[in-house]
Design a protein around this ligand. Structure first.
Ligand code: 2M8
Length: 437
C-alpha cells in the first residue's frame, strides 16, 4: 500500500500533467506553461511511478530546443493570459535559430537535463528501455552544453554567464540587489498576473519587475544575439548554482555515453569542459573568507559576496575537495542550521537582507534541499543530509505541497507556513524521490 503522502504527491503531478501538450505545468494559474528546470525535476518524480510520463516530459522539452542548441526557459504550449510576461512580450522568433513551431522566451534556465536523465536511469526498473530512450535524446543535451560553452563563456574560462535573474531560477535573490543598484530602468506600464494568484508580500516588487523587463528589452533590441547580450546586458553573472548544474550534467553525460557505448569524441569533449570548469569554479568562485562559493558579476568585474543556498550547491556536482567541503558544511551549519531554523533557508538568515516570507529572499525551497541532501550524502555528511531530508518531509507533510516555506520553525505552529503557489509540481516530484531514498 502506498502511503498517503506518496499518493498526495502523485495526485499533484498527475493533475498538473497536461495531456494535450504532454508536459507538466509547475502550478495551476501561477505558472501555466512548461518551464525548463521544473520539467527536468518533475521527470524525476514521474520516473518513480510512470516512466512514460517522465520520458514525455523530457521529449516535449527537447522538441522546443533551438537550432543552436539553446533550450528556452519557458515554452508557451498553450494560450492563456493568466501569466505575465507571455509569448507576445518575449518574442523568441526574433532570434534566427529559434524554433518556428514553439513560442518561448529568449532566455534559459539551469541545465538540469543531463543529470535528470542519469537519475531516470538509476530509478528505472527496465534499464534497457530507459537507456534506449536516453540514447534517443542525449545528443540534444550535449548540443545544449555545446551552446553554453560556445556562446556564454566570453573569456573562455569554463564558466558560463547568465544574463537575466530569471535564468538563475532564484529570481529575486538579495544578491541581485547589487546589480539593480547599477541600473535605472524606466517605469514600465504593465499588468502583473502573479500578484493576483499569490499574496504580493510573497512576490517581487513592481520596481524589481521594471528591472527584469528592461534587461529583456535590451536583449530583444538585438534579436537575442549572444554576442550583443555579452557586450551590453547590465546583468551578466557567473552563478555557482547554474554552473554547478552544468558540471553535474557534464558528469552524468559522460557516464551515460559510456553506458551507451561509442561517442568517444563527445566523451573527450565533455571531459575537457569538465576539467576546465571545475578548476575555474574553485579558483574564481570560492570565497576563502566566507568559506563557500559566491556569484561573480562579470559586467562589473566583482564577486557578489553573499551566502545563499546556491553557495552550497557545488557539493552536489562534486566540485569542492574534502577540505573545502568540510569548511562549507561548517559555515552552512553555523549560519543556516541553528535549532530555530529548518534547513535550508535560500538566503543567509543572519543577513539584514533575509526575508523568510518573500520568494527567493529566504524561504526554504524543495529543489535546493533535494540537491543539498544529495550533495551532503555524496560527500559523506550523512547526519546533516538526514536532517535536510527529515526537515523537507516534515514541512511538506505539515503544510502541504507549496512552492516555498518559512524557514523559521516558530512560524510552523499552525501548519500554515507554506507560501507562493500550492500543489506545486517539483515539491511533489522531489518529495517522491526523497521518500524512495
Ligand atoms: C519562478 O520564476 C518565474 C519566472 O521564470 C516567475 O516568477 O514568474 C522561479 O522560482 C523559477 O525558478 C521557476 O522555474 C518558475 C516556475 O516554477 O517560477
Amino acid at each position: 500500500m502506498k502511503d498517503l503522502l506518496q499518493q498526495r504527491a502523485e495526485h499533484v503531478l498527475n493533475t498538473n500533467f497536461k495531456d494535450e501538450g504532454e508536459f507538466t505545468i509547475p502550478c495551476e494559474n501561477l505558472y501555466p506553461f512548461q518551464w525548463f528546470w521544473d520539467s527536468g525535476l518533475i521527470a524525476i518524480g514521474f520516473a518513480h511511478y510512470d516512466m512514460q510520463k517522465a520520458e514525455k516530459e523530457i521529449k516535449t522539452l527537447l522538441k522546443a530546443q533551438w537550432r543552436n542548441g539553446f533550450i528556452p526557459h519557458i515554452i508557451f504550449h498553450t494560450e492563456t493570459d493568466s501569466y505575465f510576461p507571455g509569448a507576445d512580450f518575449h518574442r523568441s522568433n526574433l532570434h534566427p535559430d529559434a524554433s518556428s513551431e514553439h513560442k518561448s522566451t529568449g532566455m534559459t534556465q539551469p541545465p538540469v537535463t543531463g543529470f535528470v536523465l542519469k537519475e531516470m536511469y538509476g530509478i528505472s526498473e527496465n534499464k534497457k528501455s530507459t537507456l534506449e530512450f536516453i540514447a534517443s535524446q542525449i545528443d540534444n543535451v550535449f548540443d545544449n552544453h555545446n551552446y553554453f560553452y560556445k556562446n556564454r563563456d566570453p573569456q573562455n574560462e569554463g564558466l558560463v554567464y547568465i544574463y537575466h535573474n530569471w535564468e538563475s531560477g532564484t529570481d529575486n535573490s538579495p544578491i541581485w540587489d547589487d546589480i539593480w543598484d547599477t541600473m535605472n530602468p524606466p517605469e514600465y506600464d504593465f499588468e502583473r498576473r502573479d500578484t493576483t494568484h499569490v499574496d504580493p508580500e510573497q512576490r517581487p516588487s513592481k520596481r524589481e519587475y521594471d528591472h527584469y523587463l528592461h534587461i529583456i528589452e535590451i536583449a530583444k533590441k538585438h534579436n537575442y544575439s549572444d554576442e550583443k547580450i555579452a557586450e551590453l546586458s547590465p546583468f551578466l553573472v557567473q552563478d555557482p548554482l547554474f554552473n554547478a548544474m552544468l558540471i553535474k550534467s557534464n558528469e552524468s553525460l559522460i557516464e551515460l555515453y559510456e553506458l551507451i557505448g561509442g561517442n568517444e569524441d563527445k566523451i573527450e569533449q565533455l571531459k575537457k569542459w569538465q576539467e576546465k570548469s571545475i578548476t575555474s569554479f574553485n579558483d574564481k568562485l570560492f570565497d576563502e573568507e566566507l568559506g563557500a562559493y559566491v556569484h561573480y558579476d562579470l559586467r562589473n568585474e566583482r564577486p557578489l559576496r553573499y551566502l545563499s543556498s546556491s553557495s552550497f550547491s557545488p557539493l552536489f556536482a562534486n566540485i569542492p575537495d574534502s577540505e573545502k567541503a568540510e569548511t562549507m558544511v561548517k559555515v552552512m551549519m553555523e549560519k543556516f542550521g541553528s535549532d530555530s531554523q529548518y534547513l535550508c533557508a535560500s538566503f543567509d538568515p543572519t543577513s539584514d537582507r533575509f526575508n523568510p516570507k518573500k520568494y527567493w529572499r529566504g524561504p526554504v525551497w524543495i529543489n535546493l534541499n533535494w540537491m543539498l541532501y544529495k550533495g551532503l550524502k555524496q560527500n559523506g555528511f550523512d547526519t546533516i543530509a538526514q536532517r535536510v531530508k527529515e526537515d523537507t518531509i516534515e514541512i511538506i507533510e505539515n503544510n502541504g505541497f507549496f512552492e516555498y516555506f518559512d524557514s523559521r520553525k516558530e512560524m510552523h505552529k499552525d501548519n500554515n507556513a507554506g507560501y507562493g503557489g500550492n500543489n506545486f509540481s517539483w515539491t511533489a516530484a522531489l518529495l517522491l524521490d526523497l521518500l524512495k531514498e
